[in-house]
Design a protein around this ligand. Structure first.
Ligand code: HAM
Length: 418
């Protein structure tokens, strides 16, 4: 066993699987880009208070799962457990909400939650997220859902479904939580559950214990309390999704794990991942920006779990295109030509051609084996003869055919071929 191991419960990717990971991540990002979202690059740690206020004290994420520590200046710092609060902080801090609305951004990177690790559930995991901030428009809700679905389709995912719901507006919430609290007060519950329910009564819907689950089955349902405006908004979201040809199931008992959600909320559930089936989720958040000290603007977004989407692709047997492979692998024959080979590789790379070299002392056989393993499309053997004549044989590794090339203009010939 090696002396050092990665910390427990982190995901990490190395070749060849990292190629698949990269392909999944880039496909998700591309879907956001073609829909008008621009990059927001955020810190991985923030003031602890941002998450406590933004994500909510009643959530598992804030109450049990944050990586919080004191920095050298005595400030309480937390590794980001999710992305939305940080985006809001940045939008407020840099006055982006005073410009053109909606502000549409995407982000990607590592997030941290001190959960019990298991397959598909990590302490450091990877998300691609988007947020559209500033307008409360049902068409934007549909767009956000469509960005995710479009990416899943591009990847070729089939074995999943989309769940949507509406959590209503402030009036809906007030009326509903009043009735829900009344219902909960009739239940025989332990102290800590009562405390949890006091912070947010909706939390009891995602309690894993059977007795609480069965008690909550008879609880009032939020969907029945939607105001006419909220109901109309939700109808419009659904009819836009219908127009897009996106299928969904309405789940009127969905509880998102974070407290800021209002209105439209959604989750993508994969069928081959066992317990950690959520490959992404999101929704609208009406009060979040104001809660964090900004203006009273609504927003909507999602977070997609790249680790789980990769697992889902693998479970569905999806083949990853070999897009990242090398164009050329150069095999130098002997010390005398090595310098030339390395310089040639350097010059070709400057022309944007991906090239690698058989380093070390290898015989022709070993060099060609390395070329084969590299996945490069072409191989070029360079010996004293080639250098003297200025010509070489470019071998197509798929067909086995060779063409004669002039070394001085190799970049031009390669650019035509790749
Ligand atoms: P979330 O539902 O907490 O939402 O996380 C989104 C996705 O991240 C999940 O569906 C899952 O795929 C992945 N994920 C979460 N925790 C883990 C973990 N421990 N291991 C592996 N994957 C995980 C949010 O984070 C919201 N910020 C999404 C959002 C953006 N809502 C509005 N805008």
């Amino acid at each position: 066993m090696s002396k050092f191991q990665a910390p427990k419960g982190v995901s990490e990717y190395f070749p060849e699987r990292s190629r698949h990971f990269e392909f999944v991540r880039e496909t998700l990002i591309q879907s956001a880009r073609v829909s008008g979202y621009e990059l927001m690059e955020l810190p991985v740690f923030e003031d602890t208070e941002l998450f406590a206020r933004g994500v909510g004290e009643s959530t598992d994420v804030v109450s049990k799962e944050m990586y919080t520590f004191e920095d050298r200046g005595g400030r309480s710092i937390t590794l980001r457990p999710e992305g939305t609060a940080g985006v809001m902080r940045s939008v407020i801090e840099h006055n982006l909400d005073r410009g053109q609305l909606p502000v549409k951004v995407w982000y990607s990177g590592q997030f941290f939650r001190a959960e019990r690790p298991q397959a598909g559930r990590y302490r450091q995991f990877y998300q691609v997220g988007i947020e559209a901030i500033g307008l409360n428009d049902p068409e934007i809700d549909a767009e956000v859902i469509a960005v995710a679905v479009m990416a899943f389709e591009k990847l070729g995912l089939k074995d999943y479904h989309t769940e949507i719901t509406s959590l209503g507006d402030a009036v809906t919430r007030e009326r509903y939580t009043k009735d829900l609290r009344e219902y909960i007060s009739t239940l025989a519950l332990d102290e800590s559950t009562i405390a949890r329910a006091e912070l947010n009564p909706l939390r009891l819907f995602d309690d894993k214990r059977d007795e609480i689950r069965s008690m909550m089955e008879k609880a009032p349902v939020l969907m029945d309390y939607l105001t006419p405006e909220s109901a109309a908004h939700f109808e419009e979201v659904k009819s836009t999704l219908d127009q897009f040809g996106i299928t969904y199931q309405v789940n009127n008992r969905m509880v998102r794990g974070l407290d800021y959600y209002t209105g439209t909320a959604f989750e993508f559930v994969h069928h081959k991942l066992g317990a950690q089936s959520g490959i992404g989720g999101g929704g609208r958040y009406d009060g979040l920006m104001r809660q964090l000290g900004g203006s009273d603007l609504s927003g909507i977004g999602f977070g997609l779990g790249v680790d789980r989407i990769l697992l889902a692709c693998e479970a569905e047997g999806i083949e990853v295109p070999q897009e990242n492979s090398l164009a050329l692998f150069i095999v130098p024959m002997g010390e005398s030509v090595k310098g030339f080979a390395v310089l040639k590789a350097h010059q070709l790379r400057a022309h944007g051609i991906s090239v690698d070299v058989a380093y070390g002392d290898r015989a022709l056989k070993g060099g060609m084996k390395a070329a084969d393993k590299s996945g490069a499309r072409f191989a070029l053997v360079l010996g004293d003869d080639e250098i003297a004549s200025g010509k070489g044989e470019l071998k197509n590794m798929q067909t086995g055919d060779s063409v004669s090339v002039t070394l001085r203009t190799l970049h031009e010939e390669l650019l035509k071929l790749i």
